[in-house]
Write a protein that binds this ligand. Structure first.
Ligand SMILES: Cc1cc2nc3c(=O)[nH]c(=O)nc-3n(C[C@H](O)[C@H](O)[C@H](O)COP(=O)(O)O)c2cc1C
Length: 185
């Protein structure tokens, strides 16, 4: 069974996009599609980026742990909020931290907003950065508009049937890339 890490990017007190990370973990587990874990940037509490992990003289345990977990993942789901038409610094902080860990890593991106556009501007911005890092950005969408109305605090969607259908397409695209990559290795 593939192993998928879900990066929960918001480090804001009272954050709502974490609900979507919880949803994906539940969805993958309940449907036995993958083993999964949430890499919660709020919990990691990383300092502002100073240098790439590979060049750090004494990297923190947290940085090493994060890199190891990305390395050990067959695929990654990034759940990121949209802030002011972009993505938050917290996720750029950890994208820049790593290098070879991103190479050809299948990464599916879910953008989350309070407004009605589902973070589509953040999607374009983060997609380019990941492409530049040579990650394999999965051609699938999971935008979440009006997150506080569409998911509860435990990650339960208001409309489970519709949300699961949307997740099915998104996760299938990610797992297709994971399998294709494994066949090439
Ligand atoms: C600094 C900041 C900027 C934001 N900018 C936008 C925005 O451009 N468009 C939007 O729909 N929501 C915006 N929001 C609302 C977030 O999308 C909303 O808080 C959502 O729940 C996801 O972020 P969260 O996980 O931090 O809660 C912004 C929120 C913050 C804190």
């Amino acid at each position: 069974m593939p192993h998928i890490s879900i990066i929960s990017s918001s480090v804001r007190n009272g954050r709502n996009s974490h609900r979507v990370a919880l949803y994906f973990r539940n969805y993958l587990n309940d449907n036995k599609l993958a083993t999964s874990e949430i890499l919660d940037l709020f919990d990691y509490n990383f300092p502002l980026f100073e240098e790439r992990l590979q060049y750090q003289v004494s990297p923190s345990d947290g940085a090493k742990d994060f890199a190891d977990r990305i390395n050990a993942s067959d695929g990654v789901i990034i759940v990121t909020p949209e802030y002011n038409g972009g993505y938050p610094a917290s996720i750029k902080n950890v994208i820049d931290l790593l290098y070879k860990e991103w190479h050809l890593k299948p990464v599916a991106i879910s953008t989350v907003s309070e407004g009605s556009f589902g973070g589509n501007q953040a999607l374009i911005a983060i997609q380019f950065v990941l492409w530049k890092m040579k990650a394999w950005t999965v051609p699938a969408l999971f935008p979440v508009p009006e997150v506080a109305k569409t998911f509860d605090e435990n990650g339960n969607p208001a409309d489970k049937k519709k949300t699961d259908k949307k997740a099915s397409d998104f996760v299938k695209a990610l797992l297709w890339c994971v399998e294709a990559k494994s066949r090439m290795e």
